[in-house]
Write a protein that binds this ligand. Structure first.
Ligand SMILES: C[S@@+](CC[C@H](N)C(=O)[O-])C[C@H]1O[C@@H](n2cnc3c(N)ncnc32)[C@H](O)[C@@H]1O
Ligand code: SF4
Length: 452
């Protein structure tokens, strides 16, 4: 008999499954670990490339991604870094697994790739074209920030090299909150960036918005959604503020630096307001954290498609996932170790695991709440039937016959529905990772010292 479940503490979405923990999944011998590279790819999945560029102009106090302040890194080191990226791309491209595999999407993220000098960005794109089969590539996306995106000449040069879209963080229109969170750009910069994008003819752009930040309320969230919709982005990513233990942000929340704190109540009320306000502005809720103008024809193989495709991730801290062979790993979260490893001709893999068939099946059902809909024949339905039935009688999932779908209530609790399908062993591993990070004073995201 199915169990009735009622979620009360809202969880953030899970994009990565199974988890990679730097303590529990250390890779000592990358060449042996990457044995899958010796066999040809089965070619039944699309392959994407992600490149992590770890430089930023802002050091936003909430952000757990691996990055360095771009002013602290001289041009020579940046150039060595790009040589290392190129070398990593070349090494993979020569392996049987990647021979002739068509790449459908390239995404440069970070950090803020756009802060890198134009000629260095062009060298990276050039290396991708030279080493991979790009005939079917529909999207090349490069992340920026509101200041880096004001350079019309850079945008034009990247567009000539095939860039089709960009994205950047708007986060909030509250100038005071931007400053407190360490975001260097101003609201005026957002408008200047949009002006430059228009001049350069880059008409596909997405933006990120944060909610449940300290000092935010529901009225301000509705205001932010309305203003973002006025700007006519082609997609909006909406993220609830994640606060990692041990970080400066977490410590500041214990002081009077902010007037009010994020809360579970705000989290729920704000996301409900976000869904409603996007709807009022004619935006569709297309994936659990993504909203898009009704009828917008985005390219099919856009970045949002990423989690169900094979993803080769290049650069420090970048995470690769290959369905074939269940390869799940990430690179060194340090510029020095990353460059050093490649200068020695060694794959810069720091941590990872080989995913069992059972965990791959779990991944399919755990990613379903992110996509919000799933055909039953795409998963091992019988294995998860009991838990799916629990979610159906509890009102989070509806059964459409040959597919399942999140209900409106389920959309509000997507992260919790995901967690409901985690295996016990994975829950235990995540708990151990958090415990280890707490005792070693690390940021849980990559088990490193970012913002600690
Ligand atoms: C890797 S960043 C790249 C965006 C770009 N560097 C910028 O800031 O304009 C992607 C997005 O992750 C989101 N993000 C960063 N830290 C976060 C956190 N602690 N919780 C939730 N979302 C976060 C932000 O919305 C950010 O824009
Ligand atoms: S949010 Fe963007 S600009 Fe800010 S630190 Fe993170 S990656 Fe850099």
């Amino acid at each position: 008999m199915a169990n009735q479940v009622a979620f009360t503490e809202k969880l953030t979405n899970f994009y990565r499954y199974p988890c990679i923990c730097g303590f529990q999944d250390k890779v000592e011998k990358p060449k042996e670990f990457l044995g899958y590279l010796n066999t040809p790819s089965p070619k039944d999945r699309d392959t994407m490339i992600y490149i992590h560029i770890p430089f930023c102009r802002s050091m936003c106090i909430y952000c757990p991604f691996y990055k360095e302040h771009h002013k602290n890194i001289d041009y020579e080191t940046k150039s060595r870094f790009v040589n290392a990226l190129v070398k990593e791309l070349e090494m993979y491209s020569k392996e049987p697994y990647f021979k002739d595999v068509p790449i459908v999407n390239v995404n440069m993220g970070g950090g803020t790739p756009m802060v890198l000098e134009t000629e260095l960005l062009i060298r990276i794109l050039d290396a991708i074209y030279k080493n991979f089969n790009m005939e079917k590539c529909e999207v090349i996306s490069i992340e920026g920030d509101p200041i880096a995106l004001q350079d019309v000449n850079k945008l034009k040069a990247l567009k000539e090299m095939g860039m089709t879209r960009t994205s950047f963080g708007i986060q909030t229109f509250n100038e005071r909150l931007r400053k407190k969170l360490g975001v260097e750009s101003s609201v005026l910069d957002i408008f200047k960036a949009l002006n430059a994008l228009e001049k350069a003819g880059v008409d596909e752009w997405g933006c990120d918005m944060l909610y449940n930040c300290p000092d935010q309320n529901v009225t301000e969230i509705r205001y932010n959604v309305d203003r973002i919709c006025d700007l006519k982005p082609t997609v909006v990513d909406v993220y609830d503020l994640n606060i990692s233990p041990n970080t400066k942000l977490q410590k500041l929340l214990d002081t009077d630096y902010f007037k009010s704190k994020p809360s579970n109540k705000n989290e729920i009320e704000m996301f409900a307001a976000i869904m409603e306000t996007f709807g009022e502005n004619g935006f569709d809720h297309i994936r659990s954290v993504n909203f898009e103008p009704k009828g917008y024809k985005h390219s099919k193989k856009g970045i949002l498609y990423a989690f169900s495709a094979d993803l080769l991730a290049i650069g420090p801290s970048a995470r690769t996932f290959m369905y074939s062979g269940g390869m799940n790993y990430r690179n060194h979260c340090s510029l020095e170790r990353y460059i050093g490893s490649l200068e020695d001709g060694i794959y810069p893999v720091e941590a990872g695991n080989i995913v069992s068939k059972e965990a791959l099946e779990e991944r399919d059902i755990i990613l379903f709440p992110y996509y919000m809909k799933l055909r039953k024949d795409e998963i091992n339905y019988n294995r998860f039937k009991e838990k799916i039935d629990d979610m159906i009688i509890s009102g989070y999932i509806k059964d459409n016959g040959d597919s399942i779908e999140l209900t409106d209530l389920g959309k509000l609790w997507a992260g919790n529905v995901q967690y409901y399908f985690h295996s016990d062993s994975e829950k235990e591993k995540m708990a151990n990772s958090i415990f280890k990070c707490l005792s070693e004073k690390k940021n849980f995201f990559n088990q490193d010292n970012i913002n600690c």
